[in-house]
Design a protein around this ligand. Structure first.
Ligand code: AMP
Length: 284
């Protein structure tokens, strides 16, 4: 596996690959890698000739400085996992390399309604930060395909919109969420949970299953209220737990009953004892 820390050396390497007709698959991450990330690498390997992974904990997308400070960093282990997975290139830039002119936001992306609901409403500025870093990385890597996880439901919608806004030819491939054997969605933030908190975190998954199992039995609002109350009883601060659909134009709607459009339950809640905020979603 090639490891590049500078944009220009990565660019030179990928330009040669592109000239040789290689299709480039790109998996951007923030590191602290787990099987969920590796499933994206595997998908990219199946569909592309050269697989590029980036590891960069992007400061501009953290609306909570404490979350940024505590974000797990396990770079030696990440390198081992990526090598085993057959990754061709790892891009591991510094903050200075990605933001040579400082962290002040210069570009504003018009993500419209998507930035005002769910994660957008609870993490002000988060998606502008995501937009900045994904735009910079896309300009550099120029991938044929970009692989991202369904686990970050709204991020996938934002990136789809970004690709249109910046006229990128890259195709977004959304990959399924990998879960632990008991159902908890794999996440780098799970590393910050002690065994009791890790056990409690499972209530997020239980809430998804509860709603899925009861969706035809009572009204949406009754089921959602009941699921929120269960989470609260288990010491979660719930930011949102909502049933949503995605419209043709990429915006999110909040249906009150079943329709022909796919329906997703999306949840974000902080496990109070650890202070770790977890997100998950499931198609109903
Ligand atoms: P992160 O390092 O958390 O920014 O995630 C990097 C990529 O991995 C994003 O596209 C995530 O959606 C994806 N990802 C994170 N967790 C999972 C998971 N459990 N299953 C599949 N993909 C995931």
């Amino acid at each position: 596996m090639y490891l590049f820390k500078q944009k220009d050396t990565l660019d030179r390497h990928l330009s040669t690959a592109r000239k040789n007709g290689k299709r480039i698959g790109f998996v951007p991450t923030m590191g602290a890698l787990h099987q969920g990330h590796l499933s994206l690498i595997a998908n990219a390997k199946e569909n592309c000739d050269v697989v590029v992974c980036s590891i960069f904990v992007n400061p501009t997308q953290f609306n909570d400085p404490a979350d940024f400070e505590k974000y797990p960093v396990t770079i030696d282990n990440d390198i081992l996992q990526l090598t085993d997975a057959g990754t061709d290139v790892l891009f591991l830039p510094s903050v200075q390399e990605m933001y040579p002119d400082g962290l002040t936001v210069k570009t504003h992306y018009d993500f419209g309604q998507l930035e005002t609901v769910l994660e957008g409403a609870h993490r002000p500025g988060h998606f502008q930060g995501v937009g900045q870093i994904v735009h910079k990385l896309l300009d550099l890597v120029k991938p044929d395909k970009l692989f991202m996880g369904q686990k970050d439901f709204q991020q996938c919608l934002i990136v789809n919109r970004l690709l249109k806004l910046i006229h990128s030819p890259a195709e977004l491939v959304v990959c399924p969420t990998l879960r632990e054997p008991d159902g908890l969605a794999m996440s780098s933030r799970n590393m910050r949970l002690n065994p009791a908190e890790r056990q409690n975190a499972l209530n997020i998954y239980k809430a998804l299953i509860y709603v899925k199992d009861n969706i035809h039995i009572a009204s949406f609002s009754e089921i959602l209220n009941s699921a929120v109350n269960q989470l609260k009883m288990n010491k979660f601060d719930v930011d949102y737990l909502s049933l949503v659909s995605v419209e043709e134009d990429g915006t999110v709607t909040f249906p009150k009953e079943m329709s022909s459009r796919p329906l997703y339950l999306v949840v974000a809640a902080k496990e109070v004892s650890s202070g770790v905020r977890l997100i998950d979603n499931m198609q109903m």
